[in-house]
Write a protein that binds this ligand. Structure first.
Ligand code: TYD
Length: 208
């Protein structure tokens, strides 16, 4: 048995959490085993790394340290949670994965794609999402939405410039890997976004 690995990407405040929950409910109603997780985090060791990454006090963190910590959290998450779930045959829905490191660290912070891929190679151990939803929202409204939610974390404090670079990078990645990455207009209603996602999942799970 082989599971299905679906990831959700987007700038902060694009509505990933709501959509993941909607999709999980609908899959569970069809008696599928679903595991919801997130990055950075998803298991105790990776959640500890998350605390370090998002702490607004850690403004001195270098871009390379940042990329390595995201990869370290990912490594533990893949090893402890994602891989075993896929081996059980579960459908894994994950809030962010490698594409976040490409968008934020490679392009947002300017480390370049080659370095970020090399840093992540041992963490991934060959794993790739089967399907990725990119919830696309303009950088300014994304920042506005996430500011309303809670106190800004370290990445949100980096501001509009970072968010704009990240949005551009996601668009480029989605174009390059259009078989895997489905672009969804996140300015639509929750229901319409959900329907778009559901149709893509149905196509992917035919024969699953
Ligand atoms: P989170 O509060 O989960 O943001 P969101 O709700 O928008 O998903 O914080 C995760 C932050 O970490 C977010 O700003 C994106 C960033 N991030 C990276 O920069 N690189 C990564 O590899 C991952 C997984 C997240």
């Amino acid at each position: 048995m082989k599971g299905l690995f679906i990831t959700f990407e987007g700038t902060d405040g694009a509505g990933k959490t709501t959509q993941m929950q909607r999709l999980a409910q609908r899959l569970q109603a069809q008696c599928r085993a679903v595991l919801l997780s997130r990055e950075p985090g998803g298991c105790p060791i990776a959640e500890q790394i998350r605390t370090v990454l998002l702490d607004p006090q850690n403004m001195a963190m270098s871009p390379v340290t940042e990329a390595l910590l995201y990869a370290a959290a990912r490594s533990q998450h893949v090893y402890e949670v994602i891989r075993p779930a896929l081996q059980r045959g579960d459908i894994v829905l994950c809030d962010r994965f490698l594409d976040s490191s490409l968008a934020y660290q490679a392009y947002g912070r300017g480390l370049g794609e080659d370095l970020v891929r090399r840093i992540n190679e041992p963490a991934l151990d060959g794993l790739q999402p089967d399907l990725t939803f990119y919830l696309a929202l303009g950088a300014a409204s994304s920042l506005r939405r996430s500011e309303k939610r809670s106190a800004p974390d370290r990445l949100e404090l980096a501001g509009l410039d970072l968010q704009q670079k990240v949005s551009l990078a996601y668009g480029m990645l989605a174009q390059r890997e259009s078989d895997r990455i489905v672009v969804v207009d996140a300015a639509q209603s929750i229901e319409r976004i959900h329907e778009h996602i559901w149709q893509a999942v149905l196509r992917k799970t035919q024969g699953f």
